[in-house]
Ligand binder design. Structure first.
Ligand SMILES: *Cc1c(COP(=O)(O)O)cnc(C)c1O
Length: 291
């Protein structure tokens, strides 16, 4: 595993004005293909799969899944067969994301949204064994115990930040970070649904016998219209942020999260003197979904 994730300080007008400091933990830089937090969730799973003598990894995701993209790349790199079960019937040509996954050697299997809804049902999963043969199953987003525990390695060992901020999809990264951080953690939910991720993260911690080691909260009104929805304001924000900082963002997670961070700072959500560490979860391949 990577030992140290690089950090980029952000020195913009909006930071200095509000007497806080902001640094971005660049998980997007740790590997060109197995991107961001997916690296921390997938590598421990690959280690487990191998220990259990599995040669095939199977997982789930949508047509722009950073998780399937990273899984396909990891399978190619470590010589494991990969199967991606994709949400929704294949309407037209593959998305650039799934085309990459196929090029990395992933076998894609499209299922209806209704079937996809069964993806955590053990009986339904058992049928996947009949269909695809023995495999190591990784839940959507890599949100199992190994993935969560892997994310406990994300934060630097020694640091003097006062707050951590990250984007939440399944909440697995959040669960790993809040069970390893000693400073408060704020999660920015990128899906619609009041209280949804607060419950998911609490559920993941409980299910896996993990304890929060810090205060944490999920803010659920920064989804910008819902998962994978992009407004012109978001794209404009991302462009401005990238020009100011040189840090590229993805529209689904890091773009929305940093938009939230800038607004929260402007509204004095964090106390004066706060030193924020913002986790960039990678996923830059998803920029191509902006067209
Ligand atoms: C997958 C992903 C997330 C969300 O991670 P979860 O552990 O599912 O909450 C955040 N940011 C990026 C860039 C991602 O690809």
């Amino acid at each position: 595993m990577v030992e140290i994730v690089p950090v980029t300080p952000v020195n913009t007008e909006w930071v200095h004005q509000h007497k806080v400091s902001v640094a971005v933990l660049r998980a997007d830089l740790i590997d060109p293909q197995i991107s961001g937090n997916k690296y921390f969730k997938l590598l421990p799973n690959i280690r487990l799969a191998r220990a259990q003598q599995h040669h095939t990894l199977l997982s789930f995701g949508g047509p722009w899944s950073n998780h399937l993209h990273a899984l396909a790349a990891a399978g190619q790199r470590y010589g494991l067969r990969t199967i991606g079960v994709v949400r929704g019937e294949q309407g037209g040509p593959l998305t650039a994301c799934l085309q990459d996954a196929a090029d990395f050697g992933m076998q894609l299997h499209f299922i209806s949204r209704i079937d996809y809804g069964h993806k955590t049902d053990p009986l339904w999963q058992a049928r996947l064994v009949d269909q695809f043969g023995p495999h190591y199953l990784i839940p959507e987003g890599g949100a199992n115990r190994a993935g969560i525990v892997g994310c406990q390695q994300l934060l630097p060992k020694d640091h003097d930040y006062t707050h951590v901020v990250l984007a939440c999809g399944t909440g697995a990264t959040m669960a790993g970070v809040v069970s390893s951080s000693r400073v408060p953690v704020t999660g920015i939910q990128v899906l619609k649904g009041a209280g949804y991720l607060q419950r998911e993260v609490a559920g993941l911690l409980q299910q896996h016998g993990l304890q929060a080691t810090c205060d944490w909260q999920v803010l659920d009104d920064w989804h910008g219209g819902g998962y994978g929805r992009f407004s012109p304001q978001l794209t404009a924000f991302m462009q401005r942020f990238e020009t100011e900082t040189g840090i590229p963002l993805d529209p689904v997670y890091s773009g929305k999260m940093l938009q939230a961070v800038v607004a929260l700072i402007a509204h004095s959500h964090f106390p004066a003197g706060a030193r924020l560490l913002v986790i960039h979860g990678g996923g830059l391949q998803g920029r191509r979904s902006l067209g």
